[in-house]
Design a protein around this ligand. Sequence first.
Ligand code: THU
Length: 131
Amino acid sequence: MPNAVDWEALTKAARQAMEQAYVPYSRYPVGAAALTEDGRVVSGCNVENASYGLTLCAECSLVSQLQMTGGGRLVAFSCVDGEGNVLMPCGRCRQLLYEFRAPHMQLLTVSGVKTMDEVLPDAFGPENLSQ
Ligand code: THU
């Protein structure tokens, strides 16, 4: 089982990331932060676009930062809205996170701490593509 996660610290990092959001269209900032297996904290904010459908969710910039800072796997994740309240990652972003999950990855959700498998059951993933 994973070590105890400092959810307060992780959520604080998510709130800091949220402050960087670029949201001139929705005015709905989101921040996300995650702890990696090797103890790093990676984070991200949403970045919108005049072509609305091109909007990047906070989780997109988080997984990019993960990859750009050494890669690895995520053990814990927290996401907040503009008021700093816990936010449930959208369906697409659960899939983005699934790709980089460590075994037993946990997410702080509106209904408590849950595992990746609980928030994205029977997921399609890299295993499906392995020969
Ligand atoms: N958003 C995220 O950044 N992550 C989510 O999981 C849910 C939605 C952003 C996208 C858009 O900039 C704004 O929230 C409103 O949909």
